[in-house]
Design a protein around this ligand. Structure first.
Ligand code: FES
Ligand code: FES
Length: 224
């Protein structure tokens, strides 16, 4: 029977089997999780406080009334100041304008391309508030009337230049915008003009074929 404190400790160590590697890792994992959770819980608590104490927040809350000039018509709607032009067109106007597509929503694919004061822009990367007072044209506004397609639209149909069609409105907007400025565009120039548009279906050869055919028709129309 151990009598002193030291003897008792030695006895305990002799009786305690050594930890296996598996037991050690399990224990270390539990400690690690607890350590990782603690600051997380603290941050969540702080975040909750931040949400409650928002009286001095610099973020502007609520909605604003914006009037946009889209396809020749003034369209007014309420929206948050942070609303993108794409979101405004698709989700705030009534009836909505759904030609510009949401694909990446971060300026990487061109499916949302619209024209703003004669220049193509990614509407997902443009604030609706910044589009006020500017002339916005979407794919819905490029044909001369309901019975006729724009030559670029017609060429896309004739040359079967689409598969799923999600990229098509953006490509049509880019091609049309470029051909308006340069109806004698070469294939390389059209490709360059469409550098900001991505077709995940890989319909590029047909798209460029359609663009060149449209250029030819547009030239013939101007010369007639
Ligand atoms: S949705 Fe705007 S660039 Fe992709
Ligand atoms: S036709 Fe499908 S992404 Fe271009």
């Amino acid at each position: 029977m151990p009598e002193t404190e030291e003897e008792r400790e030695e006895e305990t160590q002799r009786e305690t089997p050594p930890l296996s590697r598996r037991q050690f890792l399990r224990g270390a994992g539990a400690v690690g999780v607890a350590t990782a959770l603690a600051p997380g819980l603290m941050e969540r608590g702080e975040a909750a406080d931040a949400v409650r104490d928002d009286s001095h927040s610099p973020v502007q809350r609520g909605t604003i009334r914006l009037t946009l000039l889209v396809n020749g018509r003034k369209r007014t709607a309420l929206m948050e100041p942070r609303t993108t032009l794409l979101n405004a067109l698709r989700n705030h106007l009534e009836p909505p304008i759904t030609g510009p597509k949401i694909v990446c929503d971060r300026g990487a694919c061109g499916a949302c391309t619209v024209e703003m004061d004669g220049k193509t822009v990614y509407s997902c990367m443009t604030l609706a508030a910044d589009a006020v007072g500017k002339k916005i044209t979407t794919i819905e506004g490029v044909s001369p009337d309901e019975a006729h397609l724009h030559p670029v639209q017609a060429a896309f149909v004739e040359h079967d230049a689409l598969m799923c069609g999600f990229c098509t409105p953006g490509f049509v907007m880019s091609v049309r915008n470029y051909l308006d400025k340069n109806p004698r565009a070469t294939r390389a120039e059209v490709q360059h003009a469409c550098a900001g548009n991505v077709c995940r279906c890989g319909t590029y050869p047909k798209i460029f074929e359609a663009a060149l055919a449209a250029a030819q028709k547009m030239r013939a129309g101007k010369e007639a």
